[in-house]
Design a protein around this ligand. Structure first.
Ligand code: ASP
Ligand code: MG
Length: 407
């Protein structure tokens, strides 16, 4: 008998019919002999509505503990309704709120971190042959207040639950059939990936494949929780996120992600002397502005150089203001900032043992006349920055080049 945690996202519990359909699915898993613990999100749209209400009454500086009291309520509704729907099928089921599980967190209201959890009540419920239904996204602080884990946090509570129970698998049900080699809305030949490593999934998630919350992947990796992403609207197997040694035929490149949330800043005519990089990036770091790709060109005259780097698009104006106010210290001649760029990343653990992956990428883009404005690499990823208008062409080209197209 396997123990499976099933997590259902907002679109999977969007209305009463969907909740009944979820109950059918849970019931089927039970009839197949599995032990099931369930974790649910709020009905689609509910959390947004709750956040709006908090802002409307609480203003910009609302009390974060009360924010949590309000926005956690969406999950309470779906947990109770699903327990009722399961009972209607003749199954024994019970809802649990974060504090009842308990799922312990720190006290960072609005973005709490899960701490070691024993989920004793849930375990007891399972032992009694019950189906426990945990309200996702929420936990309890050391002083007993309700906390929430940050938007999209029900993936993380599902993984925390699976880790605490030592579950054989954590199934994340959503409205897509799995993780794709790239965005299928842009590249028609994108394929569903059967198996992907935690590390690759972590990169894909943080680079814009929004199917799993990044923190949940990190948590799954840390506790070796086997994850499956699949659709609650169909009955086909999804994508398994697993350890590297569970993947027999490793592709060199597993997926291609892209992010439009980038902006490029170029400082022209920066004085070329020791300490200059520190004085550019220090003030940005102090302002909590993350810098991602950095390119410094060789100085033509030995005295000045150009420095290009990327920041989040939302931070562009702030970065500009900070650099301008330091212009006399930094001694640059001119600054250019633009938001019409996109970062494209090819990802694959197979890169560790294969040379020439970057060259293939650069060549393919050059053949399409796509200019690369910045490059950064890690052991399992190569990222490039290009003009945003080439997003589609670059994604399609690279997808074909690395042999990822659906045949
Ligand atoms: N309901 C919460 C949100 O919308 C948590 C989640 O769905 O993961 O952010
Ligand atoms: Mg989600």
């Amino acid at each position: 008998m396997a123990l499976v945690v099933q997590k259902f996202g907002g679109t999977s519990v969007a209305d009463l019919d969907r909740i009944r359909a979820v109950a059918d699915r849970v019931a089927r898993a039970r009839r197949n002999g599995d032990q099931v613990a369930v974790n649910v999100s709020a009905m689609a749209g509910t959390t947004n509505q709750l956040v709006e209400w908090v802002q409307a009454i609480g203003g910009v500086h609302y009390d974060r503990a009360e924010y949590d009291a309000v926005v956690s309520s969406g999950e309470q509704v779906t947990a109770g309704l699903l327990a009722l729907a399961l009972q209607a099928q003749g199954l024994s089921a019970r809802s649990f709120l974060g504090w009842q599980a308990p799922l312990s967190t720190d006290d960072a209201h609005g973005k709490a971190r899960v701490e070691a959890s024993d989920v004793a009540s849930l375990r007891k419920s399972l032992d009694q042959g019950q189906i426990p239904v945990l309200a996702g996204f929420q936990g309890v602080s050391p002083d007993g207040r309700i906390t929430t884990l940050g938007r999209g946090g029900s993936d993380t509570s599902a993984v925390a639950l699976a880790a605490a129970l030592g579950a054989d698998r954590c199934d994340i049900f959503t409205d897509v059939e799995g993780v794709y080699t790239t965005d299928p809305r842009i590249v028609q030949k994108a394929r569903k990936i059967e198996r992907i490593t935690y590390e690759e999934m972590l990169e894909m998630a943080s680079l814009g494949a929004r199917v799993l919350e990044t923190r949940s992947v990190a948590l799954a990796m840390r506790h070796a929780v086997r994850l499956q992403v699949l659709s609650s609207f169909t009955d086909v197997p999804g994508t398994l996120v697993v350890d590297e040694d569970e993947i027999l035929e490793q592709q060199v490149v597993s997926g291609i992600a892209y992010s439009r949330d980038e902006a490029k800043v170029t400082l022209i005519g920066v004085s070329d002397q020791p300490g200059i990089a520190a004085s550019i990036f220090g003030p940005l770091a102090d302002a909590n502005i993350n810098v991602d790709m950095i390119v410094q060109s060789v100085s033509a005259d030995g005295n000045t150089t150009d420095v290009t780097f990327t920041v989040g698009r939302a931070d562009l104006e702030r970065a500009r203001t900070i650099l301008e106010s330091n212009q006399s210290d930094l001694g640059f001649r001119r600054m250019d900032g633009r938001g019409d760029v996109v970062k494209i990343s090819v990802i694959g653990v197979g890169m560790r043992s294969h040379a020439g992956i970057a060259h293939v990428m650069f060549k393919a883009l050059a053949d399409r006349d796509i200019n690369i404005q910045a490059i950064s690499t890690s052991e399992i990823k190569i990222s490039i920055l290009i003009d945003e208008v080439y997003t589609e062409l670059a994604l399609r080209t690279l997808h074909t080049t690395y042999g990822l197209d659906e045949t």
